[in-house]
Design a protein. Structure first.
Length: 341
């Protein structure tokens, strides 16, 4: 991936892809980026995404340039800062309505690939389905336009740098919202039990999560150096190497869960306000999903994914259940980390 100015080079056709969201959102559309790369080999793929994802975007090996752009939460950016000729193709992998459609239409692309919406009747795309897994949804969009995309084609290359903790169990207690954060004391109890069972345990923390990471490590009886990140994100190559060589990742419904999937690392993922049917890892013995809805609840989004407090379904997950799930994925492939290294 070249420089991140976003200014297109006119010598090659330009394909602009909008996905101005987080790490997990980026990793769920790796199959789409790979499909675009394969079907448009003579074009430059330009991804409009937050600048903080530049290393992750580079790690996919599927993007020629990053156009840095962002907005609060999951909102559509106000503008894109695109310079030069109009893109030959624009692909909306961000939303399903006028805000993202019009943002791209203002650039007057030669062709716009997007979902159909009554507010933008000139776009004859497929219908949006609210009950669809995120990976399947965007691949279906591309297939509607004649571009073959396989939602299981999720893998990203393993980084060349060494892991800071090869063979560790990675515990990640953070998430973007309180509704998707399992209580810190429960993460600490899991980490303590795994440490006492002889596993090396590492606690990861994103930017601003240092206090949370240190609390989990301290309550688990782990040394301070067991915490990676916190003041800032763990540098992506280092994080990627850590996850790639981990025995297992224990995490909530957040970006690190998708990184484990992309690297083929066993995972235990804890869900709360949103069903794993929409955002969970592929069904495979290497991944365990824990979710505790009750009969009669909304089967897809029973809670507020952006709420400030842990979701009720998340709180029904016990420490013992998580430890049992970790043991299950480790029993499935006890030498997986060594084989990946």
């Amino acid at each position: 991936m070249s420089g991140s100015t976003g200014a297109p080079r006119a010598a090659r056709p330009q394909v602009l892809v909008l996905r101005a969201l987080g790490l997990g959102d980026l990793l769920t559309v790796v199959p789409c980026l790979r499909a675009l790369r394969r079907s448009m080999q003579d074009s430059d793929i330009v991804l409009a995404a937050p600048g903080r994802l530049s290393a992750a975007v580079r790690a996919t090996g599927l993007v020629d340039r990053l156009l840095p752009v962002g907005a609060p939460g999951r909102a559509v950016p106000a503008g894109l800062g695109w310079a030069g000729p109009a893109p030959d193709v624009a692909v909306d992998l961000h939303g399903n309505g006028p805000p993202s459609h019009l943002l791209l239409q203002r650039l007057r692309p030669g062709r716009l690939l997007a979902f159909r919406h009554s507010g933008t009747p000139d776009i004859a795309g497929p219908h949006w389905r609210p009950d669809e897994h995120e990976r399947d949804r965007w691949c279906r969009l591309l297939r509607w336009y004649g571009i073959e995309a396989d939602p299981t084609d999720l893998a990203i290359p393993r980084p060349a740098c060494p892991s800071p903790a090869p063979g560790a169990v990675v515990v990640h207690p953070g998430a973007d919202s309180g509704a998707r954060r399992w209580p810190a004391q429960r993460f600490a109890a899991v980490a303590r039990a795994l440490d006492r069972a002889g596993h090396r345990v590492v606690v990861t923390a994103g930017v601003g999560e240092g206090r949370l990471g240190r609390r989990v490590a301290a309550e688990a009886g782990l040394p301070a150096e067991a915490v990676l990140g916190g003041a800032d994100d763990v540098p992506f190559p280092q994080l990627c190497a850590l996850v790639a060589d981990a025995r297992c990742v224990v995490v909530g419904d957040t970006g690190l869960a998708h990184l484990a999937t992309a690297l083929g690392t066993p995972s235990v993922v804890l869900f709360g306000p949103v069903a794993p049917r929409l955002w969970g890892p592929p069904q495979h013995p290497a991944h365990r999903v824990l979710w505790r809805p009750r009969p009669g609840e909304d089967p897809l989004r029973p809670g507020d994914a952006h709420g400030p407090l842990p979701d009720a379904r998340l709180l029904r997950i016990t420490v013992d259940e998580v430890l049992e799930a970790v043991q299950a994925v480790l029993r499935h492939d006890p030498d997986a980390a060594t084989a990946r290294r």
